[in-house]
Write a protein that binds this ligand. Structure first.
Ligand SMILES: [Zn+2]
Length: 405
């Protein structure tokens, strides 16, 4: 890194290269390295940026730069100028699913120096200026500065400087031991430091607020009871809301399920009613058909005087004809039969009337030759046109001994 160091040390005080008049170029500046105390020379040429450089081998420019930076700030504090302290803001997590208590609150709080989201913050202290009565540079085992420890009364504050990122790679400042630790972030201020006299830099330290950040301050514990309370309040409200929403959702699901079941039951009931209606209709139809069959049988029975109740010519009718001829074999009344009388009797038979059968049978038992001729004539006609009626006639002729074949 082609670092140009603007910090020199003269008579125990930091001198910025901008404070050196051109006339004191080179070793005439009378400065030494802030880190290794080797002799410095001021290099204030026309082209390159003004800076100090070791006249001999010396230490590294980075060492010199960082040592100079801490010494500058130390001088600022020692000169009685107050340091800006940003507000102490405690930022905390709020969750619907857990709340904070003494055991976990530390894992869920952060210290802020500027407000980000007021809902999750407690401003513990507002900003202020503090005038320190003592300060000293703390170094590591390599004698490199790592923090500035400032004191007022019995209070201590560690200050860590983040140097310009042109000096060394940026890394976030960390807590120094157990002290409240403030970072002064100069990562973007390489140019300003390079080009400013010491008085300007002191004004800059005084008036610029955004470079100060809290890294750590145990004082935030004062806010823990309030953080815990707000976390619990938030959690309780969220849980109540979640519970209410869950209950409403379950109630809605239950209502939908019941409506679905009711609709299903109604559908089944409707189907049952339809089937019952169908069954009743089928039974009624069957009953009606049976009734019609019975009515028809009764009508035939009544019309035939109870002897002929089916189709003439069937075996059943033959049997009832037997009954007729056995029950009423003869009559004493002789009826004169013309063709029209025969036809009247046959018409009755055709209409299933027992009167016709019995009348014809009675006559046929005492039939004359002329009448036999008429009867056979009718029989011949009926054989081709009405075989059923002819069959009844055949039976009657068999019974009464008339030869017709
Ligand atoms: Zn040096």
């Amino acid at each position: 890194m082609d670092l140009r160091n603007p910090f020199g040390l003269k008579d125990g005080q930091i001198v910025m290269i901008e404070d050196i008049p051109q006339s004191m170029n080179g070793q005439r500046c009378g400065c030494v390295c802030p880190a290794c105390k080797d002799i410095f020379e001021a290099r204030m040429g026309e082209i390159r940026r003004h800076h100090f450089a070791h006249s001999g081998k010396g230490c590294s420019e980075t060492n010199a730069y960082i040592a100079g930076l801490y010494m500058l700030l130390n001088e600022y504090l020692s000169s009685g100028q107050p340091l800006y302290m940003p507000p102490v803001i405690v930022q905390f997590d709020l969750s619907e699913y857990y709340y904070l208590d003494e055991t976990n609150v530390r894992d869920h709080v952060r210290i802020l120096s500027r407000s980000k989201d007021e809902k999750r913050e407690i401003v513990l202290y507002t900003s202020k200026y503090v005038q320190f009565t003592a300060s000293k540079i703390m170094t590591d085992s390599d004698n490199k500065p790592v923090a500035l420890l400032a004191a007022v009364a019995d209070k201590r504050l560690a200050i860590r400087i983040t140097p310009p990122d042109t000096v060394c790679k940026r890394s976030s400042a960390s807590q120094y031991e157990d002290y409240p630790t403030l970072e002064i972030d100069l990562s973007d201020e390489g140019e300003r430091i390079q080009n400013s006299p010491k008085s300007e830099l002191f004004k800059y330290f005084m008036n610029t607020h955004e470079i100060y950040h809290w890294v750590f301050n145990p004082i935030i514990e004062e806010a823990f009871p309030r953080v815990i309370m707000r976390s619990k309040t938030y959690y309780d409200a969220a849980q109540a809301r979640i519970k209410k929403e869950t209950e409403e959702r379950l109630a809605e699901e239950k209502r939908l399920e019941e409506a679905r079941k009711a609709a299903e039951a109604e559908k089944q009931a409707a189907e049952a009613r339809r089937l019952e209606k169908q069954r009743i209709a089928a039974e009624a139809k069957k009953a009606k058909a049976e009734q019609e069959k019975r009515d028809e049988a009764r009508r035939i029975h009544e019309e035939t005087g109870g002897y002929i109740s089916g189709k003439i010519g069937s075996r059943y009718i033959t049997k009832t004809l037997d009954e007729i001829t056995e029950k009423r074999p003869y009559s004493n009344i002789l009826i004169e039969f013309s063709r029209s009388n025969f036809e009247k009797a046959i018409s009755d038979i055709r209409e299933y009337k027992q009167a016709g059968v019995s009348m014809l049978y009675t006559k046929m038992c005492f039939i004359s030759l002329a009448e036999t001729a008429i009867l056979l004539q009718i029989y011949d006609e009926l054989k081709s046109t009405e075989p059923d009626t002819a069959e009844v006639l055949e039976y009657l002729m068999d019974k009464s001994g008339i030869v017709y074949k």
